[in-house]
Unconditional design. Structure first.
Length: 115
């Protein structure tokens, strides 16, 4: 099982980034996929999630209207489009896959929002 995040980097406030997560080793289409983030000294928090069929999503209040989660079950990919980024969005972003008692994590990708 592998989840590999990519797309992080340094961006100015107000800018955009698109994170990608490539999944392998499990039946991706069965899994609820999420993005979490963790800033230094803070607990890991849920950013956004998307159900297996891709029709239903949920977001943390802090990112509603700015971030969009999507998935491509044919490519085993999940994405997080981030817009209007703020310094407080800076964190390591993790991809998560969950199905019943199965729970997988990626290694994370750093997002830094700074001028």
């Amino acid at each position: 099982v592998q989840l590999k995040e990519s797309g992080g980097g340094l961006v100015q406030p107000g800018g955009s980034l698109r994170l990608s997560c490539a999944a392998s080793g499990f039946t991706f289409s069965n899994y609820y996929m999420s993005w979490f983030r963790q800033a230094p000294g803070k607990e890991r928090e849920l950013v956004a999630g998307i159900f297996s069929a891709g029709g239903s999503t949920r977001y943390a209040d802090s990112v509603k209207g700015r971030f969009t989660i999507s998935r491509d079950n044919a490519k085993n990919m999940v994405y997080l489009q981030m817009s209007s980024l703020k310094p407080e969005d800076s964190a390591v972003y993790f991809c998560n896959a969950r199905f019943v008692s199965l729970d997988y994590w990626g290694q994370g990708t750093q997002v830094t929002v700074s001028s």
